[in-house]
Design a protein. Structure first.
Length: 64
C-alpha cells in the first residue's frame, strides 16, 4: 500500500473540517486562566482559613 502526499493532504483537509466547530466553540468560552485562578484562590484559601480557626481554638482552650 502506498500513501502519497495527496492522500496525506486530503486527510489533513478532513481533519480541519472536523475540527472547525470545536475551534469556533473554544473561542466562545471565556478566559480559562481567570477561571483557574479563581478556583485556585478557593483551593488555597479554605485550608488556610481552617488552619487559622484550629490555631485560635487551640490557643483559646490552651489558655483556660
Amino acid at each position: 500500500m502506498r500513501i502519497t502526499n495527496r492522500d496525506v493532504w486530503m486527510e489533513v483537509i478532513k481533519m480541519r473540517q472536523d475540527l472547525a466547530p470545536t475551534i469556533q466553540n473554544a473561542s466562545a468560552v471565556p478566559d480559562h486562566e481567570n477561571r483557574i485562578r479563581s478556583l485556585e484562590r478557593w483551593k488555597y484559601g479554605i485550608p488556610a482559613g481552617i488552619v487559622g480557626v484550629i490555631v485560635s481554638l487551640v490557643k483559646t482552650f490552651w489558655t483556660k
